[in-house]
Design a protein around this ligand. Structure first.
Ligand SMILES: *[C@@H]1O[C@H](CO)[C@@H](O)[C@H](O)[C@H]1NC(C)=O
Ligand SMILES: *[C@@H]1O[C@H](CO)[C@@H](O)[C@H](O)[C@H]1NC(C)=O
Ligand SMILES: *[C@@H]1O[C@H](CO)[C@@H](O)[C@H](O)[C@H]1NC(C)=O
Ligand SMILES: *[C@@H]1O[C@H](CO)[C@@H](O)[C@H](O)[C@H]1NC(C)=O
Ligand SMILES: *[C@@H]1O[C@H](CO)[C@@H](O)[C@H](O)[C@H]1NC(C)=O
Ligand SMILES: *[C@@H]1O[C@H](CO)[C@@H](O)[C@H](O)[C@H]1NC(C)=O
Ligand SMILES: *[C@@H]1O[C@H](CO)[C@@H](O)[C@H](O)[C@H]1NC(C)=O
Ligand SMILES: *[C@@H]1O[C@H](CO)[C@@H](O)[C@H](O)[C@H]1NC(C)=O
Ligand SMILES: *[C@@H]1O[C@H](CO)[C@@H](O)[C@H](O)[C@H]1NC(C)=O
Length: 364
């Protein structure tokens, strides 16, 4: 074997190693975002929108026709005092809540948003610039029955079909999030960012080879939700609040937040806001004088919390719920072993790299 060909071999091995886990190309159609959705219900889903120019929360709310401003704040965990003219710069990603409907095995935003064509619009610029690459122009063309994609009219309204799902993942309720893959990210880095695993992402998105992940591709990412004690006959059942976000419910009277520090149990308390339906918010109290969200310690490992259990036409339901507050040993151990495995894998790649460098030295 000549030095030159060995050199080439080592170089190509290095290139394989370097490209092992990062995206190198930009997705082009055909990569129409399409999420599997076999449930027959509707639900709330999310997409991550990166505006191509700096804009405001109010403009985003109106572009995506988000029903309530508080839901936009809640899914992004923005303080409830954030003003609508808050600037969103083009390097920021904002989570957009929208109603999802499953049909024929796939999920699409339920007839929203409706976009009104303005002068100088093209289907392709609407898809890639106005809506941040969350859809392709072919998908807009298809759902709106447009025969010629180069022929759209000013003031024509178009349904922008956002990808979504309502399915459980690994037997658990989740909130599905449509994530546009950025340059130089990988299945592993995306899994880390959103608190899921590479295996889950790959099976959910039908990815067999993580090296084939393309920038611009829209991935279905399942977000963990908090468990709750909400009654199945409650009008907001099943209230799915994703990790690190909050939601107003019970006609705006109750604010529920989901955070890892509370063992992913939904924490609800009076919102302090005015009701959008009732003249005044009903008393939010459990038996005795405990208010919604208040806790008392029963023993060193358990406490009793006045929890939100739902609402009806007339009233808000609460119940004293006992919670275990000591660390769960089993899940802790799982977490630790996962980190170790990841460590071993990068160690293995490091060793491979060193071996290649030694080979280079020996033969040259
Ligand atoms: C973004 O800004 C540039 C220049 O200010 C403008 O030409 C372009 O049309 C804008 N894009 C969108 C989607 O508004
Ligand atoms: C985002 O862009 C703004 C200006 O548009 C800049 O001030 C800010 O530092 C940028 N943030 C990041 C994380 O790049
Ligand atoms: C579009 O709608 C606006 C307001 O309804 C109207 O003023 C305008 O003339 C319309 N433009 C075209 C090209 O139809
Ligand atoms: C929860 O959210 C935080 C912050 O966004 C993130 O760091 C963490 O990985 C998430 N955990 C899970 C299990 O989703
Ligand atoms: C749920 O609510 C219904 C009616 O409001 C009630 O009959 C039922 O007992 C509740 N179930 C639980 C588990 O609290
Ligand atoms: C009980 O809940 C109310 C309403 O959220 C709150 O203002 C108060 O501080 C809580 N009291 C205790 C002791 O946690
Ligand atoms: C209840 O127990 C937690 C620790 O589990 C402690 O941090 C908290 O201060 C206790 N609260 C009261 C009111 O004793
Ligand atoms: C709400 O209450 C009214 C009467 O107060 C009743 O007629 C109506 O059916 C109720 N709606 C629901 C969804 O329960
Ligand atoms: C955390 O929540 C899970 C179910 O949501 C429960 O099985 C577990 O016991 C809880 N652990 C602690 C420490 O509260």
């Amino acid at each position: 074997m000549g030095t030159l060909s060995l050199h080439r071999l080592v170089l190509s091995l290095l290139l394989v190693f370097l490209s092992h886990s990062t995206t190198t190309t930009t997705a082009q159609p055909p990569f129409p975002p399409s999420f599997k959705c076999t449930t027959t219900t509707t639900c709330t889903a999310l997409v991550g929108y990166k505006p191509s120019n700096s804009t405001t929360l109010a403009t985003i709310q109106s572009l995506f026709q988000i029903k309530t401003y508080s839901s936009l704040l809640g899914v992004n965990n923005f303080p409830n005092t954030t003003p609508p003219n808050q600037v969103v710069s083009s390097n920021q990603t904002v989570r957009i809540p929208f109603p999802c409907r499953c049909n024929g095995g796939k999920g699409l935003s339920n007839k929203v948003p409706q976009y009104t064509v303005v002068k100088d619009d093209w289907l392709s610029t609407i898809a890639t610039q106005k809506f941040g690459g969350l859809v392709t122009y072919q998908q807009i063309q298809a759902v709106n029955n447009i025969p010629n994609p180069n022929l759209i009219l000013v003031n024509q309204t178009l349904w922008i079909p956002l990808p979504c799902s309502c399915d459980d993942v690994d037997g658990k309720s989740v909130v599905h999030y449509g994530h546009v893959v950025a340059q130089r990210s990988s299945v592993d880095s995306i899994a880390d960012e959103f608190g899921t695993t590479s295996q889950t992402l790959m099976s959910l998105n039908g990815i067999t080879d993580p090296k084939k992940l393309l920038a611009g591709q829209v991935l279905d990412v399942p977000l963990k939700v908090c468990s709750s004690s909400i009654n199945s006959s409650s009008l907001d059942y099943p209230l799915l609040v994703a990790n690190n976000s909050y939601a107003l419910t019970a006609n705006n009277c109750v604010m529920c937040k989901c955070h890892p520090t509370n063992n992913f149990t939904l924490q609800c308390q009076p919102s302090g806001s005015k009701s959008n339906k009732w003249a005044t918010c009903p008393a939010l109290q459990c038996s005795g004088d405990m208010l919604l969200g208040n806790s008392t310690n029963i023993s060193s490992c358990s406490r009793s919390t006045c929890s939100y259990t739902g609402y009806t036409n007339q009233t808000i339901l609460t119940n004293l719920v006992q919670e275990n507050t000591c660390p769960a040993p089993a899940s802790e151990r799982n977490g630790a072993s996962k980190i170790n495995l990841r460590g071993y894998r990068s160690l293995a790649f490091g060793l491979l790299f060193i071996q290649l460098l030694i080979l280079l030295q020996i033969f040259m």
